[in-house]
Design a protein around this ligand. Structure first.
Ligand code: FE
Ligand code: CA
Length: 514
């Protein structure tokens, strides 16, 4: 009898199974009543020779343990040079384990730079959809990059039509800037487009089920299969407007927040195609990292949640300068990450520096003649920390730095000055803020109130509150950003509007319409 057949027999016999060491309790040839690959596949964090490929077994996505039986399950994977898998470049075997939500992360190496690969998974008779991975160019290569960035995909607010359109684009990479899930309980609003399956999520099982619900969307799956993603989190992956160990409106103790963060961060890791350092505790998982596109661009992936000081007045929704607002000790990134970014900007030799960031950097005065600013949750709530970051950009990477931002559920095109309270200071970077995929519902074009306020905010070049995504085409000379919007998300099948285009010339201050 083959060893593997012997083991299958063992796993069929529950009584005997209990006497077998747990490492042998393995389903080599599992059979599934329902497709275990209903959450799709994804790739991410690409390198010149590899990247992470991901899947998570979930035959019944909303059931406890997503319908898995508690046993470690063998998953085979293969990576090929062609879509038909006739030229297999790499293959192997992994186990999907209950303690990691039956997720599979394969960190590939040994592939060739700047090539498309196709990957899929098998478990028992089941075969996953095929995903695509593009390796990055070799270190010094200046190959142009075409990528999209997205954020904020509240399930209940609309259809993922933007992802349907994005999946038809030709893209090397997608950057997701956070609010991939929302933690809230199921809405009582009878007009909701669709509903969260559970009440507010706080423990690991609940965060896993929430990811399973979001991941079950075919448009989101198609977007993940298209190309590698690079992912950071914002607040709603844990709790609205949380700051370090302060929850929303400080209603939770630090012990509760650490426990909640551990659950939320682990579920995030289980559900994303990411390569991040191992942490002693899930509550301290680090997502700060760089991703290089050859010699053209380095992405500095930030975490603006885990290390920040609490919002001034302890309330992220407070919209006027408040309390100890200007305290220079207040930090958005934490001391270590702030140093890491400054050193990274100083040492990077790539043509462009990309800062993948959660909340809006530029200030915005909402009332003509008054200094009423954005919510304290944004960089505007941390003006000293913002000055430090902008000074680092000015010193080390002026006019070759682009900040990409999510969170605010609207599109903004902002020139960043090295000090916003000193209008005489020069422009040192561009900030492209991308709207939500769905959050906030249909949205609107620029409101008359915004149009009036823009005169008070000369650094803001454009604003719009429709849903969609941003495509960036980057080469050594210029960065072109195209804002793709759709007129509605509460009904399916919205068409794309005519894109709005902006351009940054390498080495020149400012943003111009393209
Ligand atoms: Fe959001
Ligand atoms: Ca947010």
């Amino acid at each position: 009898m083959l060893r593997r057949d012997f083991l299958i027999d063992l796993t069929k016999n529950a009584a005997l199974c209990a006497t077998v060491p747990s490492m042998w309790r393995l389903k080599w040839r599992p059979s599934f009543a329902d497709d275990p690959f209903q959450l799709g596949v994804g790739s991410g964090d690409p390198t010149p020779t590899g990247g992470v490929i991901w899947t998570r077994l979930a035959p019944r996505p909303l059931d406890p343990d997503a319908g898995m039986t508690g046993l470690r399950t063998v998953v085979n994977w293969e990576v090929a040079e062609d879509e038909k898998f006739s030229k297999v470049a790499k293959q192997g075997r992994a186990t999907a384990a209950p303690e990691l939500g039956y997720s599979v992360h394969i960190d590939l190496d040994g592939l060739s730079p700047e090539r498309w690969y196709f990957y899929r998974f098998h478990s028992g008779e089941a075969v996953s959809p095929v995903g695509r991975l593009r390796t990055t160019p070799a270190a010094a290569t200046q190959t142009p990059l075409r990528f999209a960035f997205v954020s904020c995909q509240h399930w209940e607010d609309g259809h993922y039509t933007a992802y349907q359109h994005m999946s038809r684009e030709s893209l090397d990479l997608v950057a997701h800037l956070g609010d991939y899930i929302y933690e809230y309980g199921s809405t009582t609003n009878p007009n909701a487009v669709r509903r969260h399956a559970t009440s507010e999520i706080r423990d690991l099982a609940a965060y896993r089920t929430r990811y399973a619900q979001y991941k079950s969307d075919p448009a989101l799956q198609a977007a993940h299969a298209l190309c590698p993603w690079v992912v950071i989190w914002d607040d709603h992956e844990v709790d609205n407007n949380y700051a370090n160990l302060s929850g929303e409106n400080d209603m939770e103790s630090e012990e509760q927040m650490r426990t909640r963060r551990a659950a939320a961060y682990q579920a995030w890791w289980e559900n994303q195609p990411v390569r991040v350092p191992r942490a002693k505790s899930w509550a301290d998982l680090t997502i700060t990292r760089t991703i290089d596109w050859g010699g053209l661009a380095r992405f500095h992936m930030l975490d603006g949640r885990q290390y920040r000081s609490n919002q001034p007045c302890g309330d992220g929704n407070q919209i006027v300068p408040c309390g100890d607002w200007a305290d220079p000790k207040h930090t958005m990134l934490g001391e270590a990450q702030e140093k890491w970014l400054t050193n990274g900007l100083a040492k990077s030799t790539t043509q462009w520096q990309v800062i993948a960031n959660q909340v809006m950097v530029a200030p915005y005065d909402t009332e003509p003649g008054e200094k009423i600013r954005l919510p304290m949750d944004h960089w505007s709530g941390y003006p000293a920390a913002r000055d430090r970051m902008l000074t680092a950009i000015q010193q080390h990477a002026a006019n070759k730095t682009v900040v990409i931002t999510g969170d605010i559920h609207s599109n903004w095109v902002n020139e960043l000055h090295s000090g916003f309270d000193r209008p005489d200071r020069p422009t040192v970077a561009a900030e492209f803020v991308g709207t939500s995929i769905t959050s906030g519902g249909d949205g609107q074009d620029q409101s008359p109130r915004t149009t009036a306020a823009l005169a008070e905010n000369p650094h803001v070049k454009w604003q719009n509150s429709r849903r969609g995504y941003v495509v960036c085409a980057v080469d050594t000379k210029a960065w072109n950003a195209e804002y793709r919007t759709i007129p509605f998300v509460r009904m399916p099948d919205a068409p794309l509007a005519e894109p709005k285009k902006f351009r940054v010339e390498h080495g020149r201050p400012g943003i111009t319409p393209a």
